[in-house]
Design a protein. Structure first.
Length: 314
């Protein structure tokens, strides 16, 4: 599974991409994009963590079991290795200085890649105990960072290194950029996974893979969170929630594993789906107009140029 880097032929799926479950999916112009799904690469073991970098017109994503970060070039269609070993990295994001922030499941830490290529450890412990296996992270405009810490990477040697949890729980943490301190932001999760801030940064949304729900928390100015409530629950037999992203109309798009990509109205109603031929792990908006959805699904990286646009960052 480590071969095949270079230019990759695209395949298409002509019919059956969009499924309307509520008329708002159609009237909200969610179904007017591509009628074909492009496969950009198909030689991963388990792909996650897509991140589009506009300045370079490139997408970085994680191939976790193969312990590498891959890079797709939008202008040439070529794929190469960005970093290996990569600490079995999972989720990736950028801070407001454009530096890559990665959740390294295998190394049980959150890191930042500096502009000169050096890797800085941002967090690897809470209350003196090793983190489980950081999964996803989000950065506020002032540099405040939240990350999820399930135990997925320590359950076996497939996506990390098998170990016992030192903390004994799966939580969401907050990293203060001024002090470097890691504090508990929210608990009560069974498998916290994807994180995203609302476009106005006043709310934090967190998916819980084991409870199969998305919870939403009010975000206070100092970075602490309110009590939280359930925003959406996956429909019975309708896949498993992974990562989450907003479009610029306030709709929440959710990677739902075997059930494709879900789209939720701002009131929490499931209004439609994107049907993907493999198990969907993560999604990200990108492209020059931020209207291209990149989808990591099992062995592949897909994309769909859409009639909706991803939420702008403040």
């Amino acid at each position: 599974m480590l071969t095949g880097l270079g230019k990759v032929a695209r395949v298409t799926r002509v019919n059956g991409i969009y499924e309307t479950l509520d008329d708002r999916f159609r009237t909200g112009r969610c179904t007017l994009g591509d009628v074909r799904l492009e496969r950009l690469y198909d030689d991963c073991r388990w792909a996650e963590g897509p991140l589009y970098l506009p300045a370079w017109r490139q997408l970085i994503w994680s191939d976790i079991p193969n312990d590498r970060l891959l890079r797709w070039d939008e202008t040439t269609g070529t794929v190469g290795v960005f970093r290996t070993p990569a600490g079995h990295s999972n989720g990736n994001t950028v801070d407001r200085q454009g530096r890559l922030v990665s959740c390294e499941q295998g190394n049980r830490r959150v890191t930042r890649t500096e502009h000169d290529g050096r890797v800085t450890v941002l967090a690897d412990r809470y209350d003196g105990k090793r983190l489980n296996s950081p999964n996803d992270a989000v950065v506020r405009s002032d540099g405040m960072l939240w990350f999820s810490d399930p135990d997925f990477g320590i359950l076996s040697d497939y996506e990390g290194h098998r170990a016992e949890s030192e903390i004994g729980a799966c939580n969401v943490y907050r990293l203060d950029p001024a002090t470097g301190s890691v504090t508990l932001a929210a608990d009560g999760f069974r498998g916290p996974n994807g994180l995203v801030l609302s476009p106005d940064e006043r709310q934090l949304y967190v998916s819980d893979t084991r409870l199969n729900q998305v919870r939403v928390f009010d975000v206070h100015e100092n970075g602490t969170l309110g009590e939280g409530k359930v925003f959406a629950e996956c429909r019975p037999g309708g896949g498993v929630f992974d990562n989450i992203r907003f479009d610029d109309e306030g709709r929440l798009w959710v990677a739902a594993c075997d059930d494709g990509v879900h789209c939720y109205d701002p009131d929490g109603t499931l209004i439609g789906r994107l049907l993907i031929p493999e198990t969907v792990s993560n999604i990200a908006f990108g492209g020059p107009k931020n209207n291209r959805m990149f989808i990591t699904a099992t062995t592949s990286l897909y994309s769909l140029v859409m009639s909706v646009t991803g939420a702008a960052r403040l």
